[in-house]
Design a protein around this ligand. Structure first.
Ligand SMILES: Cc1ncc(C[n+]2csc(CCOP(=O)(O)OP(=O)(O)O)c2C)c(N)n1
Ligand code: SF4
Length: 299
């Protein structure tokens, strides 16, 4: 049965009253991730806004066991947790590493790549707020071209983000998917599916950040939706090599047109200094990725 807002479990594993900012997409996404895991998970988390959400020992806002691991080690720590469970003869909880884009695209990529190459039986979720937000917004390997950050303060970032999902797919793992906090049911279904698959599974979750991107906190959901409508975020999954567009991206592919990028950029203060040249470069980048996905989906 398809999950809808009506039949989605009311049980909460990420409780209200955590310390994330108002309008934080991560807290919405994480709530649905834990619902899909039915709380049957051991989570390992490197330093990030998610550590803030979890809270400081002995107080926490989540009901699942969690390991706080050093920044580069989320996937290595997951490997250790699996070995520990095996030694104890315990099966059941899904081992899940959840890290930001800094902890995934940049500092954690070595451990992640090694774990995927070993086909370690765990789920890795990268929530992507396109910067090192917990420490005040430094640029990461995911920050978009032209975005102002603490380390690209005037001209904005000069490079495009790397395609972490393609990098993970190239490891030949059984499941990769993209998701978006503004489409929580699509995210929920993907986590549920990934939970049942054995081997390394990777899900990328687009997570708008009001203070880091400079937009009003009540616009989080609409910014996330707009990101899909312009093709900045493409919702898809690749299961055993089979590519499938999902949710709003599947509908847009059928209708055949993306909105122009400009509307999205204009709603975020981080793009206040972007140049015409950069907008054109970004639009070309978006168009090329969208075309690749349409080709793969057979549209
Ligand atoms: C080795 C190391 N370097 C730097 C830090 C400081 N630090 C803590 S959280 C953080 C930012 C994490 O960014 P990201 O992974 O993108 O997650 P987000 O904060 O955006 O949720 C940094 C740099 C650290 N804890 N350890
Ligand atoms: S800085 Fe951004 S990602 Fe971090 S808690 Fe605040 S809104 Fe969420």
């Amino acid at each position: 049965m398809k999950t809808t807002a009506v039949n989605l479990t009311e049980k909460e594993y990420a409780l209200p009253g955590n310390r994330t900012c108002p309008g934080c997409a991560l807290s919405l996404a994480y709530r649905h991730i834990l619902k899909a895991l039915e709380g049957q998970a051991i989570v390992t988390v490197p330093p990030s806004c998610l550590t803030v959400l979890h809270g400081m020992y002995p107080i926490t806002s989540v009901t699942v066991p969690c390991v706080n691991t050093p920044f580069a080690s989320a996937a290595a720590s997951a490997t250790g947790l699996l070995a520990g469970l095996k030694a104890l003869g315990r099966e059941g909880p899904t081992v899940v590493a959840v890290a930001g884009d800094g902890g995934t695209y940049d500092i954690g990529i070595q451990a992640l790549s090694a774990a995927a190459e070993r086909q370690t039986d765990f789920l890795y979720i990268c929530y992507d707020n396109e910067g090192y937000m917990n420490t005040g917004n430094q640029r990461s390997g995911s920050t978009p071209l032209g975005a102002i950050s603490g380390t690209t303060p005037v001209l904005g970032k000069q490079q495009n983000p790397k395609d972490i999902v393609a990098i993970m797919e190239a490891h030949g793992i059984p499941y990769v998917a993209t998701a978006n906090a503004s489409y929580p049911l699509d995210l929920y279904e993907k986590v549920k599916k990934a939970r049942a698959i054995r081997g390394t599974r990777f899900i990328h979750v687009f997570s708008p950040c009001p203070p880091g991107w400079s937009f009003p906190f009540n616009n989080t959901i609409s910014i996330g939706k707009l990101a899909v409508e312009i093709g900045w975020v493409i919702l898809y999954e690749v299961e055993d090599g089979v590519f499938r567009l999902t949710s709003a991206s599947e509908s847009i592919a059928k209708q055949g047109n993306l909105k122009p990028l400009r509307e999205y950029l204009g709603q975020q203060g981080r793009f206040r200094n972007i140049t015409e040249e950069q907008i054109e470069a970004l639009q070309r980048w978006v168009n090329a990725r969208w075309k690749r996905c349409l080709d793969r989906a057979g549209n």
